[in-house]
Design a protein around this ligand. Structure first.
Ligand code: ADP
Length: 310
């Protein structure tokens, strides 16, 4: 392999997993972007190719460039990098499009430099890309993209990321109904205060979900996938959310919720065949009301970003 250049796969991720709003995320196995990262003598970071989506190529306007510059600033490497991005994930769909680019860029650079940085440091660099995309340096998409599987952001200050076990037969179904939900709108409608009663339900479910993932207890995972705080409000911005959720659960899904800040909806299932059945009922619902959509069915990705050899 040419050591000055690598090709990688950077996964799509589901964040805001029901009760785990802002803290729990998970990486997908068969949905994601490809990138080529190249070490060059010229200093700085340049996006030399961007295929599949209409996004800015200027280093300071593309999350891959901004995350890459954060890594370079912390490194004693004197050269620079070129980045090619092959986008498969639609920006703004709610499955970590910007996170895949930010995390992929810094992971690839770290590989080419001989891995001077830890995973946690890479998360911090990638968070600078997220700051550009949404104004907030959140970690709940970049952490699972880098670590793989489920991750818990236990704390931001200091940053503390906990990798969580992913049961073997756990599959995700994600549907992206192509309607526009402005991130600013989905943020504006959130309440900033919650009741003690809602808090108690929510942390009971977070504990249950984490325990279910570690114990490979699918029924516990299913009954813990509840959100009493954000979903009842945000779901109003997603047409047919309640029906899609009810029909997904009917088709055998363990649980169903909003992916990221929407409009994508995710469901988890035990086994591929249930996940595909769920995909079908989700799709039928949006076809009925003539809303264009993309559906993804994927196993949980337990390793995160990976090298592609070709
Ligand atoms: P998602 O909702 O899928 O997580 P985000 O909302 O996080 O996607 O990111 C989309 C925003 O980030 C858009 O405003 C887009 O223009 C900007 N952006 C900049 N660079 C990239 C990139 N390389 N990939 C995706 N989005 C990017």
């Amino acid at each position: 392999m040419h050591t000055n250049e690598i090709r990688l796969f950077s996964p799509a991720t589901i964040a805001n997993i029901s009760c785990g709003f802002d803290v729990l995320g998970v990486a997908l196995d068969s949905v994601g972007d490809e990138m080529v990262i190249r070490k060059v003598s010229e200093q700085g970071v340049r996006i030399t190719k961007l295929v599949g989506q209409d996004l800015p190529m200027e280093t300071d306007k593309n999350v891959a460039g901004v995350a890459g510059l954060a890594l370079l600033a912390a490194s004693d490497y004197q050269g620079g990098f070129e980045i090619e991005i092959y986008k498969k994930i639609k920006a703004g769909s709610g499955i970590g499009s910007s996170a895949a680019s930010s995390a992929g860029a810094v992971w690839g650079m770290n590989e080419l430099l001989g891995k001077p940085f830890s995973q946690l440091e890479l998360v911090k660099f990638a968070m600078e890309g997220e700051r550009l995309a949404s104004g907030v340096a959140h970690a709940d998409n970049v952490a699972p993209a880098l670590f793989g599987g489920f991750t818990l952001v236990r704390s931001y200050d200091p940053l503390d990321i906990i990798p969580i076990n992913s049961p073997n037969e756990l599959w995700a179904t994600v549907i992206h109904p192509q309607i526009e939900v402005k991130t600013s709108d989905s943020r504006k409608i959130l309440k900033t205060k919650i009741s003690l009663e809602d808090g108690i339900k929510q942390w009971g479910n977070v504990g249950g979900l984490i325990a279910g993932l570690f114990m490979n207890d699918y029924a516990l995972i299913g009954r813990s996938l509840e959100d009493h705080i954000v979903e009842p409000i945000r779901s109003m911005l997603i047409p047919e959310f309640d029906t899609v959720k009810a029909e997904s659960l009917n088709a055998g899904a363990l649980g169903c919720g909003i992916s990221g800040s929407g409009p994508s909806i995710f469901a988890f299932s035990k086994g591929e065949s249930t996940a595909r059945k769920v995909a079908q009922v989700m799709k039928e619902r949006y076809e009925e009301i003539a809303v264009d959509n993309d559906v993804h069915v994927s196993k949980i990705n337990s390793t995160g970003i990976k090298l592609l050899h070709n």
